[in-house]
Design a protein around this ligand. Structure first.
Ligand SMILES: *[C@@H]1O[C@H](CO)[C@@H](O)[C@H](O)[C@H]1NC(C)=O
Ligand SMILES: *[C@@H]1O[C@H](CO)[C@@H](O)[C@H](O)[C@H]1NC(C)=O
Ligand SMILES: *[C@@H]1O[C@H](CO)[C@@H](O)[C@H](O)[C@H]1NC(C)=O
Ligand SMILES: *[C@@H]1O[C@H](CO)[C@@H](O)[C@H](O)[C@H]1NC(C)=O
Ligand SMILES: *[C@@H]1O[C@H](CO)[C@@H](O)[C@H](O)[C@H]1NC(C)=O
Length: 539
């Protein structure tokens, strides 16, 4: 195990080893990748044929004496593309601090320090083991890696910003897992985003792709604005931004109209709040007031206690089956009533069917949406895939003081035969390539029928079974590690005897508190990818 390998620090090594063991034991029941050595791993999101992985604390300094090892794979028969967004490892020798990729036929690396590292590797296998190891060091962000199958040669990392590209229109593939990577975005889906914004995070904010899935984005550049308004959407907060030369917009499928709601006929609720004011008048926060377009107070629930036995809901009848791609919600909108819903789930049904709760694609459980953070500002959430239904309910999960909601549904009609034609026509303001734009929305009704298809260990298993499973996984991991010890890290091992040298280096680098990554060849030519096939990179 790498943690204790540096002979000079037996105590620290032993301690961190113990800590690792403890961490594994503690984290295992929660289903946190217990099968891999992982105390040096940070963010890790993977879905079918793409994903994102970082070292621990990224972009902060990675810890001393840690190992992160994970095997990533794309569907069999496809080739794997690895793309390094950032590599900052404090070592010139790669002795005890390095990043290494091992496939069944090749080894890439070890990489460290200021060596030139290929930005992108095209492997001829569908699987690779990523190993990151750290010794004792002062600074260094570690690494950020994204991957995808060779179906997505236009893969980018989570760190690409629109101002990397000079073309006015282009399409890229965002991997799963970019939402929680540090870095700013400014703007919103309607007005566009400041060109300094991270592309993939902006696409999640805009509701073009889901964080847990990744996907294709189509971008067009426009002249900049004098100011960019920040809002919370899809769990991502965009910031207010100042004047910029350029901005970018996403080409969307056009199913983004406001679905008109008729107050009384169409909106119902589980309860509503009524009270008598100082002058003896009845004040009613009725469901009919829940239209976001209308001024005035919102709908509010009768009960304000935190521990409702009954689930409150606000129900909207659209009159006919419609495709619903998003929802905007606000709180009371009244400064003297600081009420808002912090999180909610969505249920839906058709004329005679049962209520079903919206589930994302990845998790099997109900999908919880991040709602408002104050009584005033509307927050948007998108449904990927969309909800196709006549009735929908917003079911608050957590709230501030009292449940209070105003809503607007976003979507479009379902037309016979050929919907996509209609959507495109309605998006006349978004010029540009329509290629691939329907991908995110081509799925039908999200429901139990959708295969779960993901590697997340179920938390719902009975505890005993889970314990058994975890024990089994531990054994498996141990066995696997023993098997591997044989050869793959040969070169890295040999260099480990140089451990001392490393500590002696008087590193003068400093870690600025603010995180910036500089790109030397900022304006990357989008055509000329830094492709290195395994043949070339082998030696
Ligand atoms: C690693 O250990 C050294 C020596 O104990 C210490 O100076 C340094 O700050 C540590 N680095 C990190 C990232 O914790
Ligand atoms: C009390 O409620 C009545 C009826 O809703 C309204 O007309 C009146 O303005 C309210 N008075 C105050 C002080 O808000
Ligand atoms: C559902 O009911 C409405 C009116 O109640 C009717 O117009 C519509 O055709 C029905 N839809 C289906 C799919 O049965
Ligand atoms: C459906 O769309 C395709 C192209 O998008 C078009 O060629 C075809 O005629 C359309 N069909 C109908 C029934 O509108
Ligand atoms: C991958 O490339 C290596 C060297 O170029 C070769 O030996 C190996 O057979 C290739 N593997 C596959 C699955 O094509």
């Amino acid at each position: 195990m790498g943690a204790g390998a540096c002979g000079g620090r037996p105590l620290a090594g032993a301690a961190s080893y113990g800590l690792l063991a403890l961490l594994l034991v503690v984290s295992a029941p929660l289903g946190l990748q217990a099968a891999e050595p992982g105390d040096g791993c940070g963010h890790f999101v993977t879905y079918q044929d793409s994903g994102t992985m970082t070292s621990k604390n990224y972009p902060g300094t990675y810890p001393n004496h840690t190992v992160c090892e994970k095997t990533i794979s794309v569907p069999k028969g496809k080739r794997l593309i690895l793309r390094l967004g950032d590599l900052d490892i404090e070592s010139q020798t790669c002795a005890s601090d390095y990043l290494l990729f091992t496939s069944s036929s090749h080894q890439y690396g070890p990489y460290c320090g200021s060596m030139t590292v290929p930005k992108e590797l095209l492997l001829n296998t569908s699987e690779v083991t990523v190993r990151f190891e750290s010794g004792s060091h002062i600074s260094g962000r570690g690494f950020l890696l994204t991957y995808a199958s060779s179906d997505h040669p236009d893969l980018i990392t989570c760190l690409e910003r629109a101002n990397h590209y000079m073309k006015t229109e282009y399409s890229k593939f965002c991997p799963a897992g970019c939402r929680d990577i540090a870095g700013d975005i400014s703007g919103n889906v309607v007005d566009g985003y400041r060109d300094t914004s991270l592309l993939c995070k902006a696409a999640i904010h805009a509701g073009i792709i889901a964080d847990e899935l990744g996907g294709q984005i189509s971008v067009h550049q426009r002249k900049g604005l004098s100011r960019y308004e920040g809002i919370l959407a899809n769990g991502v907060l965009s910031r207010d931004g100042s004047l910029s030369d350029k901005r970018f917009l996403f080409t969307s499928n056009g199913c983004t109209r406001s679905l008109s709601l008729e107050p009384d006929r169409q909106i119902r609720a589980s309860s509503s709040w009524q009270w008598v004011n100082e002058t003896g008048g009845q004040v009613h926060w009725s469901p009919g007031q829940a239209r976001l377009q209308d001024q005035g107070p919102s709908w509010a629930s009768a009960d304000s206690s935190k521990n409702h036995k009954q689930r409150e809901w606000l129900e909207i009848d659209l009159g006919e089956k419609k495709k619903i791609t998003g929802i905007r919600t606000a709180g009371s909108t009244q400064s003297n009533f600081n009420f808002y819903v912090k999180s909610f789930v969505m249920s839906f049904k058709n004329n005679n069917s049962k209520w079903r709760t919206y589930k994302g694609i990845v998790n099997n459980g109900e999908k919880v949406f991040q709602g408002n953070s104050n009584f005033r500002d509307p927050v948007r959430n998108n449904f990927i895939p969309p909800i196709v239904a006549r009735y929908v309910r917003v079911v608050p999960q957590t709230w501030h003081q009292r449940i209070a909601l105003k809503v607007e549904l976003i979507g479009c009609q379902i037309t016979q035969g050929n919907d996509s034609m209609v959507w495109r026509k309605t998006s006349s303001d978004t010029v540009g390539s329509t290629k691939g734009e329907d991908e995110t929305i081509s799925e039908g009704i999200p429901s139990e029928e959708i295969p779960k298809g993901i590697n997340v260990t179920t938390v719902a298993l009975p505890l005993a079974l889970l314990a058994l499973l975890v024990a089994g996984m531990g054994l498996f991991a141990a066995l696997r590690k023993r098997k591997k010890k044989g050869s793959p890290y040969g070169s890295a091992k040999a260099q480990k005897t140089d451990c001392w040298k490393q500590i002696k280096y008087p590193f003068a680098r400093h870690q600025s508190a603010e995180f910036t990554i500089s790109y030397d060849n900022e304006k990357e030519m989008t055509q000329k990818l830094d492709l290195i096939t395994s043949d070339m990179a082998g030696s």
